[in-house]
Ligand binder design. Sequence first.
Ligand SMILES: [Zn+2]
Length: 87
Amino acid sequence: MSEQILHKNPATGLPVGTVAAFLNLSSALVALYTDGTDQYGDPKAAWFCLGCGTRSHIARQLATSRIEANNHSAECRAIPWPQASLV
Ligand SMILES: [Zn+2]
């Protein structure tokens, strides 16, 4: 099994295709981002925590991934990880 590649927007540090972000208990963001479509053409989504680095294993239906991202943000206490300066 290969590792899923996560492309980030260099200006924001969020995954490309981010449609929502949730705050965890220590104010780190959990980003919900679109990741392709299913066999019916409906968008699939995945999530990534910018605090602890945990991410969803596979892209799921948008509503399902939104619930998972929100649940993770409600239990994760990782602090926001410092970003390398782009300047
Ligand atoms: Zn987390």
